[in-house]
Design a binder for this molecule. Structure first.
Ligand code: SAH
Length: 251
C-alpha cells in the first residue's frame, strides 16, 4: 500500500496522529527534503529505507513505489503541509491508477494554517473578509489567465500567496493594480511553526523591501488584507443578543 501523507508545515509535532502512525509502519519513506522537516523521520522504524525526493523525477519516485509494492512493502510519500495544495500528487495518483497500485491520502496542516497561528490572526473577520484566496504569483509555473493576481486582488479579501517570495516586486505591482491600497497590512511568514519561524509585518507597498531587509528568499508565505488590521465587528455567534439553535439571545 502507498500512503500519501501531509507532514504539516514544519513543527515536528504538527503531523497528524494517523500520519505519524503510518510513518512508523512504513518500509520505505519518500519525503520532500526541500521542505519537510527531517526531524519527522524520527517516527520511522528501524530498517526503513528513506529517499529524499528533492533530487528525484516523477518516474524515479514511481519506480521506488513499484519496487516496494512488488516486495510486498508499504511506502509513505511524505509531502509538506497538506498534499492537496501545490503537492503534485495528482500526477502520482494517476500513474498509480494506471499501474493498478492502491493508495490512500492522509491530510496535513497546511502552511497557510501554520502562518495564521504564527501571526495569531484570524483570516475571516466579520465585516473585514469572509473569504481567503490561496494562490501564487505566476513564475516558471504559469497561472491561468482568469487567476491573474491583479484580478484576484480586485476582491480585496484575505489573500495568502504560496511560492511567491522570490517575485515580490511583481506581487506588489499586481496587488496595487488590483485595488489594494498601498497601506493595506501584509505579513511575510518565514518557516511558520519551525523553530526558526519569523514574522515580518509590513504593508502591500513594502513587501519586497521587507523581504530584502530580512533576507527572506524562500519558504515563506505572503499574507495580505484587513484581517491584519485592528478593525472588525465581533461575531454574531457569541453575541449575547443573538439567538441561534443552541442559545436564546437576551437583549
Ligand atoms: N503543500 C504545502 C505547500 C507546498 S508549496 C502546504 O500545504 O503548505 C511550497 C511553498 O509553501 C513554499 O514555497 C512556501 O511558500 C510555502 N511553505 C511551505 N511551508 C512553509 C512554512 N512552514 N512557512 C511558510 N511558508 C511555507
Amino acid at each position: 500500500m502507498i500512503h500519501f501523507i501531509g507532514a504539516g508545515p514544519g513543527g515536528e509535532d504538527l503531523i497528524t496522529v494517523r500520519g505519524a502512525r503510518l510513518l512508523g509502519e512504513a518500509d520505505v519513506i519518500i519525503y520532500a527534503g526541500s521542505l519537510v522537516n527531517p526531524a519527522l523521520l524520527k517516527y520511522k522504524r528501524e530498517g526503513c529505507v528513506v529517499h529524499d525526493s528533492a533530487g528525484m523525477t516523477l518516474e524515479e519516485v514511481l519506480s521506488v513505489m513499484r519496487e516496494t509494492e512488488a516486495a510486498g512493502g508499504d511506502t509513505v510519500r511524505l509531502h509538506t503541509g497538506d498534499p492537496a495544495l501545490y503537492g503534485a500528487i495528482r500526477e502520482q495518483m494517476d500513474e498509480l491508477d494506471r499501474l493498478g497500485l492502491a493508495y490512500d491520502v492522509t491530510p496535513g496542516v497546511s502552511a497557510f494554517s501554520g502562518a495564521a497561528a504564527a501571526l495569531q490572526a484570524e483570516y475571516t473577520l466579520p465585516e473585514v473578509s469572509q473569504s481567503v484566496i490561496i494562490t501564487r504569483m505566476a513564475g516558471r509555473t504559469p497561472v491561468p489567465e482568469g487567476e491573474q493576481l491583479r484580478k484576484l486582488a480586485a476582491h480585496g479579501c484575505t489573500m495568502v500567496l504560496f511560492l511567491s517570495t522570490g517575485l515580490l516586486e511583481q506581487v506588489e505591482e499586481e496587488l496595487l493594480a488590483g485595488g489594494y491600497a498601498p497601506d493595506t497590512p501584509a505579513a511575510i511568514v518565514y518557516k511558520a511553526t519551525w523553530p526558526e519561524e519569523r514574522v515580518y509585518r509590513c504593508t502591500v507597498a513594502t513587501l519586497a523591501q521587507t523581504a530584502r531587509e530580512h533576507h527572506v528568499t524562500k519558504t515563506a508565505l505572503i499574507t495580505v488584507g484587513g484581517f491584519l488590521g485592528d478593525r472588525y465587528e465581533r461575531s454574531k455567534l457569541y453575541d449575547p443578543a443573538f439567538t441561534h439553535g443552541y442559545r436564546e439571545g437576551k437583549a
